[in-house]
Design a protein around this ligand. Sequence first.
Ligand code: ATP
Ligand code: MG
Length: 336
Amino acid sequence: MNRRKRILTGDRPTGKLHLGHYVGSLQNRVALQNDFDTFIIIADIQALTTNFDRPEKLKGDVLNVAMDNLSVGVDPEKATFFIQSLIPEIAELTTFYSMFVTVNSLRHNPTIKSEIQQYGYNDIMYGFLGYPVSQAADITFCKADLVPVGDDQLSHIELTRRIVRRFNELYKPVLVEPEAMVSKISRLVGLDGNSKMGKSLNNGIYLSDDAATVKQKIRAAVTDASRIKLSDKGNPEICTVFKYHNAFNEGEVNHISESCRSASIGCSACKNNLTARINNILEPIRERRAFYEDRPEQVLEMLISGTNKVRGVAKEVMKEVREAMSIGYFDNSGCC
Ligand code: ATP
Ligand code: MG
C-alpha cells in the first residue's frame, strides 16, 4: 500500500526559537504540513548532551519550543508533536546503530568539530560525540522520507543515510533512507556576526522578542566595521544587517545594497528599515504565541496525545527491526 510520505523534523529544547529556525526550518514545516505526514520531535535527550549538568532547565523549554512551532503556524491538527525521551525505542535503536558506526566517522563530522570549538570542549563526552547516531534513530524509527533542516544538519543526515544502507545490507531492508531538505536561507548568521544564529550561542532574535527588544538588538548588530562616517561607502557582503535584509526584506534588498555601496543610506536608517520589517513579520507570530501562552494545558495535552501516537509507530517499527536483526527471540511469547 502507498503510504503518505513522512517528514521528521524538530528542535532541541535549549531555549526559545529564533529567526534562524524560522528561515531554516519552521517555514518549511508550515508549507509542507498539508502534504506530508509531519512528525515534530522535541529532542530533549539531544539537549542533554550540552545540558546534562542542568537538566531541570529542559522542562520549560519543552513548552517554549512547542509554543514557538505553534506560533509560526504549525497546525496541531496536521502535525504530530512528540517528546524524544518518552519514546524509549529511539534509545534502543541508537544502541543498535552504535554497534557499527565508527568513532572516526563521528570525530571527523564537520558539525561536531565546529560545535566542539564553539562550546570550548577539551575532552568530548561519549553522548555528545554520538548525538548524530541518536539523530539517525530519531529519523529512522518512524521511517521518515524527508527532513527539513538548516545546513548545519546536512552531515548528520548523510550519516543517517549511510547507517540505513549499512543496516539494510547487514540485516534486512526494513529501513527508509531519508532525504534532507534545506531552505533557500539554510544558515542565518548571528547578531554578533557568528556564521550561525544559535539558541545556545545567545546571538539571536527570538520569535517571542517584543518590538523594543528587536529594535535594540538590531541597533547593536555587527555591520561593516570600516564604515564609520555616513559618507563612507559600505560593503553589504560583510554586513550582518544586510544578510537579514536578504533573508527578510526581499522587495528592498537590491535597493538597500546599492544605497549602502553608494553611501546614500546610513547604517542607522538601514537598521530602522530592517527593524520595521522584522517586527512586521513577528507581530502575528507574537499574537499566536500569546494565545497558547494563555492555554498551556492545551499545549501539554497536544504533546501527550502526539507522543502516545508516535509510541505506537515506534513499537511497530522496532518489532520489524528486531526481527530483521534476528533478535526478536521472545516476541509474541508474552514475555515483558
Ligand atoms: P542549539 O544552539 O541549542 O543547538 P540551535 O539554534 O542550533 O540550538 P536546534 O534546535 O539545534 O537549534 O536546531 C533546530 C533546527 O533549526 C535544525 O534543523 C537547525 O539546522 C535549524 N537551525 C538552527 N539554527 C539555524 C540558523 N541559524 N539558520 C538556519 N537554520 C537553523
Ligand atoms: Mg543546534
